[in-house]
Design a protein around this ligand. Structure first.
Ligand SMILES: [Zn+2]
Ligand SMILES: [Zn+2]
Length: 271
């Protein structure tokens, strides 16, 4: 029996819930709109799974036992205070769930208890200092967030994330291609993506957007760092970031950031 390949993306994301539709996989209650949400995403070529959690209910996958909070996707879009919260949650889970990590044992052997207490005290002081700074910055961020939300609401229909990198002519072409592709079945669209070595998951609208973007800008190459992950677009920061990928036995974090023009675009092939 062949086991399904584990190649593909698996990653954690942090976000303020965009709606109140998701149910927490930890406590099975609804996650309110705007509430801090942590998610485990599996995103392979033929398979897509999203498990959402309240931040406090988050369940850490063993593959992420060595992750840092910066390995959590889009964490940089959160307020500084929430970034600290996510960091604390992750570290707490790693301590409680993966106690027997050999690295940690070594560390403990190398340090005597007095030293450890010092470190903890200093950490505590540092966090206190940081959180004061953070509060000021947070207010600024909130205003920026509100601004970007209201500008999103102004448009009649939901715009694709990729539009932030488009000029007017490209947007028009995108809409034209969208209309044409509507006539095709989801199966046909997936075939087209497969022929171009692109991800084939998502609903019909998402498939169409992906194809249209590839037709206009070219197909995004896989991450050149370990040639495993598929860099994902962050429309707020206008960057692409690679989540890394699952190789045979362990997750390889990448986190490499690319500017809009850094990644190669391979011309779309019609089939
Ligand atoms: Zn919950
Ligand atoms: Zn990468």
């Amino acid at each position: 029996m062949k086991l399904p390949s584990l190649e593909g993306d698996m990653f954690m994301t942090a976000a303020y819930a965009p709606s109140n539709r998701a149910t927490c996989k930890g406590c099975y209650a609804k996650i309110n709109k705007e509430e801090l949400r942590l998610s485990n995403i599996v995103d392979e070529d033929h398979y897509h799974q999203e498990h959402h959690f309240h931040a406090d209910c988050f369940q850490l996958k063993p593959a992420f036992k060595n992750a840092t909070y910066k390995d959590i996707f889009h964490v940089e879009n959160l307020s500084k205070a929430d970034q600290e919260k996510v960091k604390a949650i992750l570290e707490k889970l790693q301590k409680s769930e993966f106690k027997k990590k050999p690295q940690q044992k070594k560390q403990i052997q190398n340090q005597n208890k007095v030293n450890q207490k010092k470190i903890i005290d200093e950490d505590y002081k540092n966090t206190k200092k940081q959180s004061k700074k953070v509060e000021k910055k947070e207010k600024k961020l909130e205003t920026i967030k509100k601004k970007s939300e209201s500008s999103q609401n102004e448009s009649d229909d939901e715009e694709s994330d990729v539009f932030v990198l488009y000029d007017k002519a490209q947007k028009e072409e995108f809409r034209k291609i969208q209309k044409e592709l509507e006539k095709k079945s989801a199966g046909q669209l997936k075939q087209m993506l497969k022929a171009n070595d692109q991800k084939q998951t998502g609903n019909k609208g998402e498939l169409i957007e992906r194809i249209a973007d590839c037709m206009i800008k070219g197909c995004l190459e896989k991450c050149p760092n370990f040639s495993g992950g598929r860099p994902k677009f962050n429309p707020i920061q206008k960057i692409f970031k690679c989540p890394g990928y699952m190789d045979d036995t362990e997750f390889r974090f990448c986190n490499k950031v690319f500017g809009p023009k850094d990644l190669k675009r391979i011309p779309w092939i019609d089939v």
